[in-house]
Design a protein around this ligand. Structure first.
Ligand code: NCD
Length: 335
């Protein structure tokens, strides 16, 4: 896969070599993300960070990643604050905003919208989530985290057993992550969701035809010999009505006692976040916060590294980062 000047719209663009290329550059970004060093390699470049759907970590980590490479960020948030609410087409918005930016990160509630936008853009576009369809940068940061966690336990991505829990129908993160995992060997998927919220058939077909083991179940039962437990949020914003979404609220809770009952003592707990911590949902209980296997904040930290790597590769500066190094003069608490 060629990165320089290309859009990143779907995980389907990636193969194992290009995933490794992203991971190698992400590793090199660590001292900058930890503020041990600075780089000005993207001095003068502008990121258009366009979020037409709610976001905290994806939007801010795209911006942080760009700033850490020395670039500047212009943002627009919310549909109602943009000209899309006046009937402007995605093509026109793309044409205009790509004149103000060197690269664009975009999130939008409709499947396929980011690709449509990219057709009008004069600069590379990175998909920050298009409705229930895809979330490629989240999948890359999840996979990067899985790779690090597996390395820590002396394993690798090949041969892993992952349990995915919750809303597998509308959850774009599990769609993209499953497709990336399907590029590896011998992956065992245990997919736990109500029938109505199951993984789309086309993705199941991709996993099965690549020779992976796929178990589909409606409940967390017995002991699940998984290396990774990937919990998700019920995507209530994608349901026809709130009542419909409420039927599933609180059905898939994970707390320390449920974890101990069903998982191995070293099973890594992941979640793309935000976790719904309201009492009637509470899908990932605070009593897991001190569990060393809880990787959710390692995921969010890794998100900056992976997004820095994607910017560096797409703008063709991955080999110049150290050349534009600066020292850090202030005291950093990061470690
Ligand atoms: C996810 C998303 O927006 O798809 N969040 C994220 O980007 N980290 C998951 C979610 O909202 O449940």
């Amino acid at each position: 896969m060629k990165f320089k000047g290309e859009h990143i719209l779907s995980v389907n663009q990636f193969d194992r070599d290009s995933i490794q290329a992203v991971f190698d550059v992400a590793d090199q970004m660590t001292p900058y993300a930890l503020r041990q060093k600075r780089t000005k390699v993207l001095d003068g470049a502008i990121l258009g960070n366009l979020f037409f759907e709610p976001s905290t970590r994806t939007r801010v980590s795209f911006g942080t990643a760009f700033n850490l490479l020395g670039g500047e960020v212009r943002e627009t948030t919310g549909m109602s604050n943009s000209a899309l609410a006046k009937g402007e087409s995605l093509f026109d918005t793309a044409r205009v905003l790509s004149g103000y930016s060197d690269i664009i990160a975009m999130r939008h509630p409709d499947s396929g919208s980011v690709s449509e936008f990219a057709e009008g853009s004069r600069v590379p576009v990175i998909n920050g989530g298009d409705g229930p369809n895809e979330h490629p940068t989240q999948a890359l940061l999840d996979l990067y985290t899985i790779s690090k966690e597996q390395q820590y336990h002396g394993g690798s991505i090949d041969g892993i057993h992952i349990a995915m829990i919750g809303d597998l129908k509308y959850g774009r993160t599990v769609h993209s992550l499953s497709k990336l995992l399907s590029l590896f060997n011998n992956v065992h998927f245990t997919l736990i969701s109500p029938k109505e919220l199951g993984m789309p058939e086309s993705i199941l077909e991709t996993l099965r035809s690549a020779g992976h083991t796929v178990e589909v179940t409606e409940q967390l039962e017995g002991s699940v010999d998984a290396d990774i437990c990937y919990q998700t949020r019920i995507q209530e914003e994608r349901f026809e009505s709130q009542d419909e979404a409420n039927k599933y609220r609180g059905k898939f809770r994970l707390n320390q006692s449920i974890y101990t009952k069903h998982f191995k003592s070293k099973t890594v707990i992941m979640h793309p976040l935000p976790r719904d911590s309201r009492a009637d949902a509470n899908e990932l209980d605070n009593d897991l916060n001190m569990n060393p296997n809880l990787a959710i904040f390692r995921q969010t930290d890794n998100g900056v590294l992976v997004r820095m790597a994607l910017f560096a590769l797409t703008l063709g500066v991955e080999n110049l980062v150290t050349k534009y190094d600066r020292e850090v003069h202030w005291f950093s608490t990061k470690c």
